[in-house]
Design a protein. Structure first.
Length: 290
């Protein structure tokens, strides 16, 4: 059971995916403290048990399992009539050269980062449309607007989220539903470590051809979060949570919120650079394969 807290007159019923750590956890804590009715989710609710003591309701939800998503949304709708705000946060990064990543890992990346977002959004929309109000908050990334070496598949999923969100924003406006993209830059969570760890050891001649590249990508990814100029421009998970709160409470939210100085700098740099200049910039930090 969650701890009772004083609700605000403008409090929302919020469903958040991927609350076991990082941005999802920080968002659940911030929104619950602000008086919103927060449903924090994870594949295993035991992993987020501490959030119940902070005023959150806990639900099992796996964005790769349609039945799990259906059950979670049905529970909230039975209690409140509708999910008023959906925060699509769950996701991860599969790193590696395009040729070298096994196709089953590519499918798993898209299943979590894209198809899960789409299915859960489709599930909450009918009740939102009936009430003619609601908000969809999609966690994209600065990586939805630029690409770093070794992250092609992750970036592809975030580019997809950007396109889907742009389409939804147009399609849902007439129903009173607003769609907002959150674009974090480097954020001090376990994301960088997980991304580096997702590069498997060479298992074939193809993998071996990219071994040096993979090692360099893993090293650069880890170091970008720990030292150097970009690390000094990194943000915290609560910075993203604050942006999400603003997107939920502002009467007319922006279509996109970039979060952290690293995101603002790199997005501006990418917009100014030609493709050739951007590639040259990347080669200054990453070795080209072969």
């Amino acid at each position: 059971m969650s701890t009772a807290i004083q609700k605000r007159d403008d409090s929302k019923v919020v469903l958040i995916t991927g609350c076991s750590s990082g941005i999802g956890k920080a968002t659940a804590l911030r929104l619950a403290a602000a008086g919103h009715t927060v449903y924090a989710t994870a594949r295993k609710p035991a992993a987020i048990a501490e959030l119940a003591d902070k005023g959150c309701h806990l639900l099992a939800l796996d964005v790769c399992d349609a039945a799990s998503m259906h059950a979670a949304v049905a529970h909230i709708e039975a209690q409140h009539g509708a999910v008023e705000v959906l925060v699509n946060n769950a996701g991860y990064s599969q790193s590696g050269a395009i040729e070298a990543v096994p196709i089953e890992r590519v499918r798993a990346q898209f299943e979590t980062n894209v198809f899960g977002v789409v299915q859960l959004t489709q599930r909450v929309l009918p009740a939102m449309r009936q009430r003619r109000r609601g908000r969809i908050i999609n966690l994209s990334s600065m990586g939805g607007r630029l690409v770093f070496p070794g992250g092609g598949y992750y970036h592809a999923t975030k580019y997809a989220i950007e396109a889907i969100s742009d389409a939804l924003r147009f399609e849902l406006r007439g129903f009173g539903i607003q769609v907002v993209l959150i674009e974090p830059g480097l954020i001090r969570t376990n994301f960088g470590e997980a991304a580096s760890g997702s590069i498997a050891a060479p298992a074939s001649a193809t993998d071996s051809a990219y071994a040096g590249f993979h090692t360099a990508v893993a090293k650069a990814t880890t170091e970008s979060y720990e030292k150097g100029p970009l690390a000094r421009l990194a943000g915290e998970a609560d910075d993203v949570a604050r942006a999400i709160e603003k997107a939920i409470t502002t009467a007319r939210p922006r279509a996109r919120y970039s979060v952290s100085a690293s995101a603002k700098l790199l997005l501006a740099q990418r917009a100014l650079f030609s493709d050739r200049l951007w590639d040259a910039f990347l080669r200054s930090s990453f070795p080209s394969p072969a």
